[in-house]
Design a protein around this ligand. Structure first.
Ligand code: 1PR
Length: 535
């Protein structure tokens, strides 16, 4: 493409740039990819997205002369929109990887959020903006939630005051957007912020467009609790990829044919959940442990199609590990993850392989840097790596019966047991491992996980509520966000998990697939209970 309807995009080879591409195309514009520094200087409008690590980005930009071109472009007040790292690079330096120099256009140093004050790091989720000045692209989105995912931030000061157009509070007030003249940058992800985000992008990309929309009427004040829709995907016996849903991980019907339960088509359902107000959509390729996901091209195809129309974060899991195919070709887990990111995933989720990595780490006390978890988080950042835990409750009469962390349970076991530990499993719950959910959670946090997706085999598909004992145990053990999963049956289960534990998000599958409880009614209920959610 070219001409006036083209926007220039700088892809320096890290993170999920696919999401921003999809949003630009959705708004009807062509994308011109930056190949040389001249492409930057000649751009009519330039977008610099950013997910990944600061040092890796600056390294690439400095080596190929792009940093200098960017400096000139911004200094000349040309139309610019930086996103996330694309905002951070304008500052003097970042502490992300030691101390690394940025472009130095805005006074200030990008530092890490402090988790000691009770805020979980990374800052993941939908938070509210405090608009500081007229910023054109943010006009009419005051009081809206927008999606953040980052561990580093710049803070407002007297020196950078003239740049700051909005701040956001997460433990401290940090800079959520800047604007001076034609130069804009945002710390959040407009491409993942639903209709609000698309409206921000539209204002930057199509400043003269005459689409007048009525302003959003919302009441955001702080980080919202997230409601996530999960799609367990697998091939059925006819070879079609379907959304399925198990009872305690058994996804087959209790009929003579014993067929895999089919609850719908993945792309269609994900699109519907986005429209219904899901804050995030997760795909779990539940047979990924035995089928190689890159051989499973339909899964990549599902991601591609879904991400074209779904502008909230997409997570994909299943089968992320090193693999050697039938021809002896070796694929690293990093290659598998990269393929998922390229196809439109914003986060990847690791199950079985993280259990092995944690066991090894606990045994040796050494971080080898070689596990899939460590490798992927080093390249894509912690915030892009979720660890999915599949624990099974094991009752105990005494907490000293095992060497794993146990809890006093609210509901006694079948033989009146008062305690339980939560045994981790691999391969979709098929094999129990000698490690507890508590030990695993702490180990994977140290190895670089940015978030925990906490399932519970006992509760899965039962509709009797989340396992509060388990969610409390894990969300109190780590300082990364925890997603409570398994067992949601009615709206009250969501307020229960948010009021009784420190979960940051709650995930459900069956009730949404069977249309028993609409996402909107979950949110209405949470609002009524005084729990902030994104509307
Ligand atoms: O081990 O890295 O290949 O990842 C496999 C992934 O697939 C893991 O995230 C694992 O949780 C998931 N998985 C494997 N087998 C199953 C199964 O059901 N047989 N599904 C499975 C996990 C749990 C949630 C479910 C919630 C909510 N399903 O995804 O959506 O329990 O359900 P509900 O609201 O209906 O109760 P790897």
């Amino acid at each position: 493409g070219g001409g006036d309807s083209a926007v220039t995009l700088l892809d320096y080879g890290a993170g999920n740039v696919q999401s921003i591409r999809n949003a630009i195309r959705y708004l009807g514009l062509d994308i011109k990819e930056v190949q040389t520094p001249e492409d930057i200087l000649n751009a009519k409008r330039l977008i610099v997205p950013g997910v990944g690590a600061f040092a890796a980005m600056m390294d690439v930009l400095n080596r190929n002369g792009m940093a200098e071109a960017l400096h000139t472009y911004v200094e000349n007040d040309r139309p610019f929109l930086g996103i996330c790292l694309g905002l951070q690079l304008l500052f003097e330096s970042s502490e992300e990887n030691g101390s690394v120099k940025g472009l130095g256009l805005i006074p200030g140093v990008v530092g890490r959020f402090d988790s000691s004050g009770g805020c979980r790091v990374p800052h993941i989720g939908w938070n509210a903006l405090k608009i500081k000045k007229d910023s054109v692209i943010l006009d009419d989105i005051a009081n809206c939630h927008v999606y953040f995912v980052h561990s580093y931030r710049a803070v407002p000061s007297e020196e950078n005051e003239e740049w700051v157009s909005s701040t956001c509070n997460y433990g401290i007030d940090f800079i959520s957007s800047i604007r001076r003249g034609n130069v804009h940058a945002v710390q959040f992800h407009p491409e993942k912020s639903g209709d609000v985000g698309l409206s921000i992008l539209r204002k930057f990309l199509l400043p003269n467009s005459s689409i007048t929309k009525k302003p959003f009427e919302r009441k955001a004040t702080k980080l919202a609790k997230r409601v996530i829709a999960c799609l367990d995907v697998r091939t059925n016996d006819n070879g079609d990829l379907v959304v399925t849903k198990g009872d305690q991980y058994d996804v087959r019907e209790q009929t003579k044919e014993n067929e895999v339960r089919n609850l719908g088509k993945p792309v269609e359902l994900a699109g519907q959940y986005y429209i219904d107000g899901a804050d995030e959509v997760s795909f779990l390729n539940i047979t990924g442990f035995r089928d190689f996901p890159l051989g499973d091209l339909p899964m990549l195809q599902i991601l591609r199609y879904t991400s074209e129309n779904v502008f909230v974060p997409l997570t994909v899991g299943g089968g992320i590990r090193d693999f050697t195919d039938a021809n002896g070709r070796y694929y690293s887990s990093l290659e598998v993850a990269s393929e998922y990111f390229r196809s439109g995933a914003d986060k990847i989720s690791i199950g079985s392989d993280a259990v092995y990595a944690a066991e090894e780490y606990i045994k040796t006390g050494i971080k080898t840097g070689k596990s899939s978890l460590e490798q992927i988080s080093r390249v894509y950042g912690n915030q892009a790596v979720v660890v999915s835990i599949d624990p099974r409750r094991q009752y105990l009469t005494s907490p000293y019966e095992v060497g794993f962390k146990s809890v006093k349970v609210r509901n006694l076991g079948p033989n009146g047991e008062e305690y339980a530990w939560y045994q981790c499993t691999v391969n979709g719950g098929r094999e129990g491992r000698p490690i507890g959910a508590y030990e695993l959670a702490k180990a994977v946090e140290e190895l670089g996980a940015g978030e925990i997706l906490l399932n519970c085999i006992d509760c899965d598909g039962q509709g009797k509520g989340f396992d509060i004992d388990l969610v409390k145990l894990i969300s109190d053990a780590v300082s990364i966000p925890v997603i409570a999963s398994s067992g949601a049956g009615k709206v009250e289960h969501f307020s229960e998990v948010f009021s009784q534990t420190n979960a940051s998000a709650a995930l459900a599958a069956g009730i949404f697939h069977r249309k028993e409880v609409p996402i909107q009614s979950v949110k209405d209920h949470l609002l009524k209970k005084g729990i902030e959610v994104r509307i």
